[in-house]
Design a protein around this ligand. Structure first.
Ligand code: PRP
Ligand code: ZN
Length: 300
């Protein structure tokens, strides 16, 4: 078999809100990449993994057509593609395998500030501008609303001003775009975040093992993000109180302190952020010499 066939190809957004996070996350999984001159491919230097930089809307198609083995893309794009395939009678040809907990946003319907909106029935007999016709149709059908989706490939938010639509259905993250265009969010259709999708085409043992390894590393990277390693000393009698105060930690390590019968050292991984308040509470419970360290890598 051709050597290039054994390399994993991951489709990643070329420019946009997911790009830096997607590449950064893979780098934290140990991947080192160099960009090609035309900026279309990132070649993996130390692993047989290459990143294809493409438009986010193209990612589910590239994965379902088996051009790429994996894709990192917003759930909004994945669900839109799945519904388009479903509504046109074809089957979805990729599986969603992992949520990445970044790129959070939502697909919402928004109305012009002055519009008289009294719930979803106000959408009846209206035109709604969107790039997400599949998701919008699905919502309208489920709520038995008779409205007409008007496809816009971009700049959806200006459609009402142009007189092309009464409402819009678009992604909202900070909400800044809506405010800047005099629009008000009235209904949420979908909560989205970046996800990993995999082709349904069998990868072969070697490639699948590599994919499984990447997913395990991604999981490790996500788990340590808010994790802290905490070390402190305390009287043995305070152990129960202190354990109860450690945020999101499993069994701590407890060690005797040299030269003291009564004092112990407690070390624990906390799966949540450790705030100043927690440290103050630990101190009040008898802890001293508190130290909080970031966790870089974790493997179960
Ligand atoms: C979305 C959406 C809005 C903007 C909303 O576009 O179309 O323009 O983000 O974000 P805000 O609430 O923070 O202002 P995006 O940048 O994701 O590009 P794309 O949909 O064209 O890929
Ligand atoms: Zn896009």
């Amino acid at each position: 078999m051709d050597q290039s066939e054994q390399r994993i190809k991951i489709a990643v957004q070329k420019t946009g809100r997911l790009t830096d996070h997607s590449i950064g996350l893979l780098e934290r999984c140990g991947l080192k990449v160099t960009k090609s001159k035309d900026q279309l491919i990132c070649y993996g230097e130390n692993m047989p993994i290459d990143l294809l930089l493409v438009r986010d809307d193209d990612i589910p198609g590239l994965v379902s057509d088996d051009v790429c083995d994996l894709g990192i893309v917003g759930l909004n794009v994945v669900e839109e593609k799945r519904l388009q395939l479903e509504q046109s009678g074809s089957e979805g040809l990729f599986k969603q395998i992992f949520e990445l907990d970044f790129g959070h946003c939502r697909l919402s319907i928004a109305a012009p500030e002055g519009a008289n909106y009294k719930g979803s029935e106000s959408l009846n007999n209206s035109r709604i501008a969107t790039s997400y016709v599949g998701l919008l149709r699905d919502y309208l059908n489920k709520h038995e609303i008779d409205a007409e989706p008007v496809f816009f490939s971009g700049a959806v938010e200006i459609a009402p001003k142009l007189g092309r639509a009464d409402f819009i259905c678009d992604l909202v993250s900070s909400g800044g775009t809506l405010v800047a265009n005099g629009l008000r969010e009235v209904a949420v259709l979908l909560q989205s975040e970046a996800v990993v999708i995999q082709t349904l085409a069998p990868l072969g043992d070697e490639k699948q093992a590599l994919v499984d390894k990447i997913i395990q590393r991604l999981d490790g990277v996500l788990k340590v993000r808010d994790s802290k390693y905490i070390m402190l000393n305390a009287p043995r009698s305070a152990l129960d109180d202190i354990r109860a105060l450690l945020p999101g930690s499993e069994a701590p390590t407890v060690m005797p302190l040299e030269g003291s019968n009564d004092k112990i050292a407690i070390h624990a991984v906390c799966r949540e952020n450790v705030f100043w308040e927690t440290l103050e509470n630990l101190k009040a419970a008898g802890a001293s010499s508190l130290l909080v360290l970031p966790v870089e890598k974790m493997l179960p």
